[in-house]
Design a protein around this ligand. Structure first.
Ligand code: OAD
Length: 219
């Protein structure tokens, strides 16, 4: 699952129209190096995205996935999205492999807290210990949270069907999960408004917005 599912809730995708913020690409901002160089700039980007997410509502695609989870006991939702629209739609069995935009983590003492104020009162925000906080998300070059990633790999290996929804399928290791699921025997169905590198090898591709296709195909 990727940013495309939240596009129809008004949250720009990373590599689509509106994905650039002040002309920066995600790879220019979502890195430990960018944060070390200019934590205020990086936090301003996250603060902007937090504002969009707070104002957004889950769409029919998020809701269809939540209904599907209730109907199928072994349903697992693996997402690269750091927003909370799946949770707000009612999904519960969610593996957020790229973290959570509402979590802030101290770069020195490591303590984490959930902070939902938007806009933030102080940019960059600080921990009670006085050190800088960073967003509780995974940046380029960083490892994925090991337990969550292991659970995602396990679910992919066990899956009979794997829906690859609204992702450009270019950011690894997340992009490798669908291929691993296919090798383990799953049927792969891609849902996207455009072709991706995965389109050539998935079993089925449906072209169109996730918010239209998911309610039509999921029970
Ligand atoms: P991208 O922005 O790379 O890709 C979004 C995908 O959604 C594209 O393939 C679009 O064609 C598709 N799309 C757009 N609107 C859609 C719609 N309404 N319905 C269905 N599909 C639609 O987003 P991700 O693949 O999620 O990581 O990006 C992966 C990672 O790159 C992100 O998690 C983030 C980013 O940099 C980090 O920050 C580490």
């Amino acid at each position: 699952m990727g940013a495309g599912i939240s596009a129809e809730s008004g949250i720009p995708t990373f590599r689509g129209a509106g994905g650039l913020w002040r002309n920066f690409k995600p790879e220019d901002l979502a890195t430990p190096e960018a944060f070390a160089r200019d934590p205020k700039l990086v936090w301003e980007w996250y603060d902007w995205r937090r504002g969009l997410i707070a104002a957004a509502e889950p769409n029919a695609g998020h809701c269809a996935l939540a209904r599907s989870e209730r109907a199928h006991p072994n349903f697992t939702l693996i997402t690269q999205n750091v927003d909370d629209l799946h949770e707000r739609a009612g999904s519960r069995n969610i593996l957020k492999v790229h973290g959570d935009i509402w979590i802030q983590r101290c770069v020195v003492c490591g303590s984490e807290r959930q902070e939902r104020n938007t806009p933030l009162e102080e940019v960059p925000p600080r921990c009670g210990c006085g050190a800088l906080e960073r967003p509780g998300v995974v940046w380029f070059g960083e490892p994925l949270p090991p337990d969550i990633w292991a659970a995602a790999e396990h679910a992919a290996m066990e899956a009979e069907a794997f829906l690859l929804i609204g992702t450009s399928a270019v950011v690894y290791p997340a992009a490798g999960l669908a291929a691993a699921a296919k090798r383990a025997g799953a049927m792969i169905l891609e849902i996207n408004v455009a072709d991706t590198p995965a389109s050539s090898w998935v079993d089925y591709s449906l072209r169109g917005p996730a918010a239209e296709i998911l309610p039509a195909i999921l029970v």
